[in-house]
Ligand binder design. Sequence first.
Ligand code: SF4
Length: 53
Amino acid sequence: MTDEYDDINDVLVRLPGKDCGLCGYRTCRAFARVVMLDPEAIGKCPYAIDEDE
Ligand code: SF4
């Protein structure tokens, strides 16, 4: 499933803000920028909230 994001906040609401680094990025915000370009990358965050199903 692929979403598109126009606003980084639309990604951030799906991330818990733990800044744990498990996704490979130091912060959720850094990861959110990647997800805006590659929505399926959100699967790399084990804590991401799936709002769309
Ligand atoms: S794995 Fe998820 S919670 Fe951890 S830093 Fe990445 S986006 Fe944030």
